[in-house]
Design a protein around this ligand. Structure first.
Ligand code: AMP
Length: 281
């Protein structure tokens, strides 16, 4: 495994790999890697000849400067983990390498980028599209792997590749959870032990809501999840929406779509956590 920080160096290596007719897979990350990331990387390694993992805390996707400041950075440990699962290249550039000039591009990503996270984190998905499009331009992967933990992000990336006529195949991978059900996230390390205990309520309530949904309406289920979580100390729901899994628009009835997902964002103290659950798939 090689760790590369310059675009030109990575491009040279990738060109060599390509001449052998090899298939290239890529996993974009912001580092502070955990088992959720590693499942994406393992799949990328298994399905491609060459696996490129990028580690870059992208400033343009943070609408909260405090969040950017506190985002964990653990490059050395990340590289050890990546080596152990067979990654070929780690691309870990500095900010100036990815943004030699300010990126002023505005992407029209449609309604999938405007609802939910789009509403509460203005500019976030535009920043994601800026960095992922740059990474795709550099690596030109055949496939790119994303986690369903960031459910809306996958829809946004699919919209972006369509907009840009990009030939990259987007591969969605299931959410990886702790044994107690909590979705793995780089932000979990910022929780105090007490907050971490209370945060279990998020996934537990989502799981329980599946049973609740069998005998209740969509709106009753939304209310059940929000009121249950807001009653737990440390937790405050920012939004919970039950949406069509493709359009991300809210559904009124369980029969409105064959693919229905509940997407949630909860503040646990100052830490913003997201999760989601499929009701119909
Ligand atoms: P991040 O480093 O948070 O930008 O995440 C990089 C990639 O890993 C994204 O595609 C995430 O959706 C994915 N990811 C993060 N946490 C998980 C998880 N618990 N399960 C599955 N994928 C995840």
């Amino acid at each position: 495994m090689e760790v590369i920080t310059k675009i030109a160096d990575l491009q040279k290596k990738i060109a060599d790999v390509r001449t052998g007719g090899n298939i290239i897979g890529m996993v974009p990350t912001m580092g502070a890697l955990h088992n959720g990331h590693l499942q994406l990387v393992k799949r990328c390694v298994a399905e491609n000849d060459c696996c490129v993992v990028s580690i870059f805390v992208n400033p343009t996707q943070f609408n909260d400067k405090n969040d950017l400041l506190h985002y964990p950075r653990t490059l050395e440990a990340d590289c050890k983990l990546l080596e152990s699962v067979g990654c070929t290249f780690v691309f870990a550039p500095e900010v100036e390498e990815m943004y030699p000039v300010e990126d002023t591009r505005v992407f029209d990503l449609g309604t999938v980028a405007e609802v939910m996270e789009g509403k509460y984190r203005p500019g976030h998905f535009n920043g994601v599209a800026q960095i992922v499009s740059k990474l795709f331009d550099v690596v030109k992967p055949d496939r790119a792997y994303f986690g369903e933990k960031d459910f809306q992000q996958i829809a946004v990336i699919r919209s972006m590749v369509k907009l840009l006529n990009s030939p990259v195949e987007i591969v969605a991978c299931p959410i990886v959870r702790e044994e107690d059900g909590m979705a793995l996230s780089s932000r979990n390390v910022r929780l105090t032990p007490g907050q971490r205990k209370n945060a279990i309520g998020i996934s537990q309530t989502l799981f329980k809501s599946r049973t609740f949904a069998e005998r209740h309406t969509v709106i009753e289920t939304v209310e059940y999840v929000i009121s249950t979580l807001n009653a737990i100390p440390d937790l405050e729901v920012e939004y919970f929406e039950i949406v069509d899994g493709n359009t991300l628009l809210p559904v009124d009835n369980w029969n409105d779509s064959a693919y229905i997902v509940g997407c949630i964002t909860v503040y646990c103290g100052e830490v913003r956590l997201i999760d989601n659950i499929a009701y119909r798939r």
